[in-house]
Design a protein around this ligand. Sequence first.
Ligand SMILES: [Zn+2]
Length: 282
Amino acid sequence: MLNALSVDVEDWFQVGAFETVIDRNSWDSRECRVERNTDLVLELFDDAGVKATFFTLGWVAERYPALIRRIVENGHEIASHGYGHDRVFTFTPEQFAADLVRSRNLIENSAGVAVTGYRAPSFSIDQRTPWAHEILAEQGYAYSSSVAPIKHDHYGWAEAPRFAFRPVAGSDFLEIPVTTAELGPKRLAAGGGGFFRLLPYAFSRWAIHQVNERDGRPAVIYFHPWEIDPEQPRVPNAPLKSKIRHYTKLDVMAAKLRRLPQDFQWERLDSIVAREKARLAA
Ligand SMILES: [Zn+2]
């Protein structure tokens, strides 16, 4: 069973949890660590022989075009995470369409290859944005991995399917949600981010096994470059819960990530999507 590993390429000051305390106008004056951290991720993947998908902000592509090229040269998929990490439900449909075009142009100009995948910032495609998948399909995207089919305090669309589905009638455009596990009647977030970093590795291994063995489906896991960076600047005035989530176990994250390829096989999301499309068409 092949699983999908993905990296949401954004810097420590761009995360949703800090948006109330970090003014967007201050981004350019912050210490940028995304290039260094993403290079460390590339090294880690190279050592482990892993290919993955890098959902990258247009903002990052604009400033680090050489990084975008290195991602592509290393055999990974480059995909879009929007321009400036605005959540989709804060946009009008027209604003969303414009954000997609802007970020895709910036990424493709650096990458020299076509972008066919999209991940909404903070998994912000949900019941509030019935137009979002249609706009992605209209713009020629092959897939989105933007839905967290779970109830969570910052995000989630609890009623959404747990596995790949076609959200647009008459189109083979695919939504491939981030991984959840089931414990009795309860759905558990198991796709990564804080859950992968904060909980013992054994939880993630159990969840991915369940998805692969019991459900017979690929897992979709994600993390961020800042999660392997214990030296990143601290945000002193952030809410306590956000601080705990953001800063705990940054020092063990890289070692944890190295365990994933020992236990499971990983691929780019576009390859997984092609397999899921073939399965749904059969
Ligand atoms: Zn993000």
